[in-house]
Design a protein around this ligand. Sequence first.
Ligand SMILES: [Zn+2]
Length: 239
Amino acid sequence: MSTQKIDKLVSTYKENKMFNSYTKSLLKGSYIRAVNYHETYPQDKEKFEKQLAFLGQYYTSVNMEDLDKFYKTKRWHKKKPGLIISLFEGYKNNYEVFYPLLEKYGFVGWYFVPAQFLEIDVEKQQHFADSHMIYYNKNIYNGERIAMKWDELKEIDQNQVVCSHTMSHFRFDNETSDEVLKREIIGSKELLEEKLDSKIDVFCWLGGENFKKGSKVSKYIHEAGYRYLYSNNKIEKIG
Ligand SMILES: [Zn+2]
């Protein structure tokens, strides 16, 4: 579900206490759904808070154990359907603005982080973002840090889920060399695991491709030891 859609639902709810059928059909379903966020600026905090309060009425959190259990038993074990809230690119504002709100509303965020972004010096982050399809609002940007710090991500990792989103926010194609695939898929996992001293089980590539057995990319995802592949429209268990 897009954030615009949630906003629409929130406004529908506010204006119309009796849910219309459109709203009902979107909220129905008993398993796991996902909603994606990218930048989460402080000026939108109130809006996010409303969205999370709204979502909290109908959905419950999903952590790694919940997902494992779901795949193992093929049954969703909580009363409300699960909601995976994913945050992409490792923005500082994901930590400063959204993470406390997730904790407050009892949700678990899934942070998809291009590990190299956190390694870039502050003064070079703008250039890195510009050249690696990491978007940020240029009207708001004031030269400060764009990416999270490792200790912030480590704090997040205590209660929430950190996943690899390639090393450098790299989009694979048929021409991508083995060397680059190894760095982006295996290297990103190793760097995150070393910095966080924790296990990284989920990989998410750019775009919405499915896991294709036998493809070169999938071979490395498997070899790296990821257990799940997350893409735009689904989560696949691969190990
Ligand atoms: Zn991304």
